[in-house]
Write a protein that binds this ligand. Sequence first.
Ligand code: SD4
Length: 319
Amino acid sequence: MNRRGFIGKLSTVTAVAAAVNLEDYTKPTPKSFFIATWNNQEAVKTAQNYYSESLPLLDSIVKGINTVEDNPLDQSVGYGGRPDREGKVTLDACVMDHEGNAGSVVFLQNIKYAISLAHDVLKYTPHVILAGEGARQFALSRGYSETQMLTDLSKKQYETWLKEKEYKPIINIENHDTIGMLGLSDDGRLSGGCSTSGLSYKMHGRVGDSPIIGAGLYVDNEVGACVATGLGEKVLTSLSAFLVVEFIRQGLSPSAACKKALERIIQKEVAKPDFQVGLIAIDKKGGHGGYSIFNGFQYAHADQKNTSLYECDYFYKYE
Ligand code: SD4
C-alpha cells in the first residue's frame, strides 16, 4: 500500500471510530441496577434481565420477586412459606414507584404471587392497601387462581412446632429471608417491592412491616429508597424505611443511613437486642449499601454486567 492509500484507509477508520464515539456519547450511559435482601442473586438477575429487555422498572422488580415467591424452598416468602399458629400461610407484600404510587396486600391467603397483586392494587384500584378476604376476592377478579400454599415440608415443620409450641416469634439467622428489592433505572428512576410470609408461627391475623409503606419499604424518587427485613414489630414502630430515606436526604450514604436508623431501634431497647433487623438502601446517585443489627446479613446486586453478593456491617455478633 502506498502512503496515500494508507492515509486514506486511516482516515476512514478514524471517521468510523469518531462516529461510534459520537453515538456512544449521545446515548445515556446505562446505570440501572437492582439490589435485594439476602442471597437473592437469581432474583436481582431476573429483574435486570427483564429490565434490559425493556420491561418497566417496577414490573421488572415484580418479576424478580416472583421467582422467590415461586420457590418452595424459600420458607419466608410465598409458596412454601411457614404458616401461622393455625397452620395457615398468610402473605404480606407491597410495591412503590418513582411517582410515589404504592400498592399493598396484607394477610393474603391462597394466592401465590402477593407482589403481583400488590402491583395490581397500585395499577387498578384507587386504594393503597387491600386486606385478607378482600385482597383474595380482588385477586380472583383479576384472574389469579387459588393455590394451597402449605407444602409438605412446611406442614411437617409446623406439626413438630405444634408439639413443642413455644410461642416466641423471634427472627434469627435461620428463619428469615423476606425478599425486598430496590431498583434504579437508566434514567435515574427508583422503585421497590417487598414480599413475605412474615414471622413463622405468628398469631393468625398478624401483619408485619413488609407491606406497610414507610416501615418495610419507602421510595422517594428525589432522594433514595430503602427496604427492610427482620423483626417487623421493631421496623413498624420506628418507620425504618422512611427514616433511612430521610437520613439520605440529609446527606448520609445508604449504609450510614441504614446504620443510623437501626441505632434508633437499638436505643429503644432496655437490653441488648435478641432479634435481627437488616436494612438496604440506594440513593439517587447510584450508591447502595446496607446494615444490620446482627452479623450474617447480605444483599444481592445485579447490573448489566455482573451479579454479586455484599456482606453488611453490623452492631453485634451472634454468640
Ligand atoms: C415480618 N419483616 O413479617 C417480616 C419478616 C422478615 O425475613 O423479614 N422475614 O416481620
